[in-house]
Design a protein around this ligand. Structure first.
Ligand code: NAI
Length: 410
């Protein structure tokens, strides 16, 4: 049962998956345990995560644990058709294709939910939202789920506060082994990989404006600085703004930064961060992109409204001619630039994030019916388990507290 572009693309997808497997020792070790233990036997999992090679391997690990997998993407531009084909060739059920229309995207999400899943693995909150609106009658089958990213976490916390969340959701994003590494170092590297390979332009000497100095923004700004850019940070949180000043960046409002920037990168979870008045104030040739979860941070709605015309300037780069005669460029249609214009985070980073995901899925299966219908933190044992597996993969040992030290600290 699948809906994908072309199953004949599977060999190229399998090559991509094999490459990441060689760099994901945490998932490899969990797969070996799952194959013996089969903790997910008889469990149906609906998964909506950026559908590329690392996610495909997570799906295979969960399948190795006995799960029946129903897989879709979480962003139409990050789905890779050859990777989807490789999963179908391996016997998993996939509903997704690259550049699906919004209607097709929601249809694919519906397909995975209509299989009556027991566990939901979500990235951004669309699957959980759909379950709570269109498929309420299927909620009694759900033991719980996991959420991968900050935006999805914010949506879930709001539901939990309103008392509308109907099953337990583990906030994978909030685990230390997730956001401290994935959001900061993963986004820091992969956003620049997406920008560099798409634009083929030099970063050194440019003025780069980073909107948002959270976990992701810190990584993006740090790597911009490392490539020789002059970095400006915009924020709405005074503490984060102070932190970025002490990290060596200039802080100002987006109104002040708009005429100065050569490149703009939004990573806030917010909407309309770069909007009409900013586009009109930008220099000729300014480049905008977004790394936040939804494509509302760089306002494509404003840009499409005010632009006199637009044209494809290069693959994944659209030029917009403005009424003031200047042209600004947008990468990847304003969708997450590292996934729409690249392959996402490095495999070693997703090894940690997906290690947490796999162990949390097992935790939910083991605790079926026992967890409260609210948002839950990742148990610290799981966070530490992944940390120790990562250190072991690096061949590193750390000291252990002696009894005397325990007592002293206590
Ligand atoms: P965070 O909550 O740590 O940081 C967001 C920052 O943006 C905060 O400091 C907040 O004060 C600031 N902010 C909010 N509205 C703003 C505005 N209008 N102007 C300027 N700053 C503003 O969140 P995190 O973890 O950094 O995630 C940010 C976004 O990136 C989320 O949408 C998340 O889902 C997404 N994300 C994307 C990844 C990728 O691969 N591209 C990876 C992980 C997360």
């Amino acid at each position: 049962m699948s809906e994908i572009k072309d199953v004949d693309l599977w060999e190229s997808g399998e090559t991509k998956i094999n490459w990441v497997i060689a760099h994901m020792p945490i998932l490899n070790s969990i797969k070996v345990e799952f194959e013996v233990e089969k903790p997910l036997a008889g469990v149906k999992i609906a998964l909506s995560v950026h559908l590329e090679a690392k996610t495909a391997y997570l799906c295979k690990v969960l399948a190795a644990g006995g799960a029946e997998m129903y897989v879709t993407g979480s962003n139409v531009l990050s789905t890779q058709d050859d990777v989807a084909a490789a999963l179908v060739h391996a016997g998993l059920n996939v509903f997704a294709w690259h550049a699906a229309s919004p209607e097709e995207y929601w249809h694919h999400l519906s397909c995975v939910l209509e299989t009556c899943p027991n566990i939901i693995v979500d990235d951004g909150g669309d699957l959980v939202h759909l379950m709570h609106t269109k498929y309420i009658d299927l909620i009694p089958n759900v033991y719980g789920g996991c959420e991968e990213t900050t935006t999805g976490v914010l949506r879930l916390i709001e539901m939990a506060h309103a008392g509308t969340l109907k099953f337990p959701m583990v906030l994978v994003n909030n685990a230390d082994c997730k956001h401290l590494f994935d959001n900061r170092y993963g986004t820091g590297q992969s956003v620049w990989d997406g920008i560099n390979r798409t634009t083929n332009l030099i970063v050194a000497g440019k003025t780069v404006v980073v909107a948002g100095y959270g976990w992701c923004g810190k990584g993006v700004a740090m790597r911009a600085k490392g490539q020789g850019a002059s970095v400006i940070v915009t924020e709405v949180d005074p503490i984060k703004a102070m932190e970025s000043v002490m990290d060596g960046f200039r802080v100002m409002t987006m109104d002040e930064a708009a005429p100065l920037g050569d490149m703009f990168i939004t990573v806030t979870s917010c909407c309309q961060v770069v909007c009409e008045r900013h586009f009109l104030a930008m220099k000729e040739g300014a480049i905008c992109c977004n790394a936040g979860h939804f494509d509302v941070e760089v306002s494509m709605k404003d840009l499409n409204r005010i632009a006199v015309s637009h044209f494809e300037a290069r693959k994944d780069i659209e030029g917009y001619k403005l009424p003031n005669g200047r042209t600004v460029y947008v990468l990847g249609e304003g969708k997450l630039v590292n996934l729409a214009c690249g392959d996402g985070h490095p495999a070693e980073i997703m090894d940690m994030s997906f290690g947490i995901q796999a162990l949390c899925v097992r935790y939910i299966a083991r605790n079926k019916g026992k967890l409260p219908d609210t948002v839950l933190n990742v148990p610290s044992e799981i966070d530490l388990d992944v940390a120790y597996r990562k250190l072991a993969a690096w061949g590193l040992k750390i000291d252990e507290l002696t009894q005397e030290q325990h007592e002293y600290l206590g």
